[in-house]
Design a protein around this ligand. Structure first.
Ligand code: SF4
Length: 323
């Protein structure tokens, strides 16, 4: 049974020019201990989806609909009190730029303690010290880091502190939104290794949000591709990279550099649509090299490709139903 089940999640932002449909009917499931990559260009709605899962959308944003079952409990209908308990303890978010939101004049140990204390976990000073040292060790930091301030630490160390905070109550789901942005490639690797290690240690499932396909390929078990607020394709990582079914995913995969480096670089032509004025039918049709008449009129259904691999594209249907 799935640990997390998201169905028909919709979020809009009210603007003077009309509603911006940032997340438009997103559904997916996550198994215990699984690593799901949620991949898409910036503005595709992936970070909004992450905030919506935690019910952290603030006005002018609004969650229009959706069910988010975590272990059988719908986060969308929980009381505020129960939701506050569930955040961090059951589902934790390492938000984009989290390392820059550490309190500048608060010691690291106190910042880690904050979340634990707010969840009513009480322990003696020596018990906490022991627990804190254990948490820091799990993310590869020395005990002395507890008495440091954020400005004493490098970007990679601060990001590992954020991971320590996220796992402080051993949640079942960790959402990591671009956890390596603004870090150099060597540090990126260390941070991702840390995330993988702690995830395995506490047997949590992870939703990794990002646009770096290389990172996704190395980290995720399964990848979901998001575009203009919708999921276009989802599948096991190897399957999706070897046999992408959706033309958008095919273009993304074709844009990856090869080891020989001789293939000509190909990106997706054009730009993503404005979320204020989405095209009818398939949202990708204005950029699609295979567009057909039906694509301009109708929403493509999710078509199965193989086990747990599907893509929303008319090309995957039999020719007679593409008219
Ligand atoms: Fe292209 Fe049509 Fe498939 Fe959309 S449904 S990706 S426009 S072929």
């Amino acid at each position: 049974m799935a640990l997390l089940e998201v169905s028909d999640l919709r979020v809009h932002y009210a603007t003077s020019r009309g509603p911006v449909r940032a997340v438009d009917g997103v559904s997916f499931a996550l198994d215990p201990g699984e690593r799901l990559g949620l991949m898409g260009e910036s503005g595709s709605g992936k970070s909004t989806a992450a905030l919506a899962l935690m019910r952290l959308i603030r006005p002018p944003g609004h969650i229009d609909s959706g069910r988010v079952y975590l272990d059988g409990e719908d986060l969308m209908t929980l009381s505020e009190q129960r939701l506050r308990e569930a955040r961090l303890a059951q589902i934790a978010l390492i938000s984009q730029g989290a390392m820059n939101s550490l309190h500048p004049v608060m010691r690291i140990g106190d910042q880690v303690h904050d979340g634990v204390r707010h969840h009513g976990v009480r322990m003696s000073r020596s018990e906490w010290q022991h627990r804190l040292n254990g948490l820091l060790a799990r993310v590869g930091l020395r005990p002395e880091v507890a008495s440091a301030y954020p400005h004493h630490l490098s970007g990679g160390m601060k990001q590992r502190v954020c991971i320590a905070i996220a796992i402080s109550l051993e949640p079942k789901v960790i959402i990591a939104d671009e956890p390596t942005s603004a870090l150099d490639v060597v540090v990126q690797r260390t941070v991702m290794e840390t995330l993988r290690r702690v995830q395995e240690d506490i047997d949590a499932a992870v939703i990794l949000i990002g646009h770096d396909m290389g990172l996704m390929a190395q980290f995720a078990d399964r990848v979901a591709v998001m575009y203009a607020g919708r999921l276009l394709e989802e599948g096991p990582v190897r399957d999706l990279f070897q046999r992408p079914g959706h033309p958008y995913t095919q273009l993304l995969v074709a844009s990856l550099p090869t080891l020989s480096g001789k293939a000509q670089f190909r990106g997706a032509p054009g730009f993503p649509p404005s979320l204020l004025d989405l095209p009818p039918g398939c949202v990708f049709h204005p950029r699609c090299p295979h567009v057909m008449d039906i694509c301009r009129r109708e929403l493509p259904p999710a078509v199965p490709i193989s086990e747990r691999h599907w893509a929303a594209c008319f090309l995957l249907r039999a020719p007679e139903v593409r008219q």
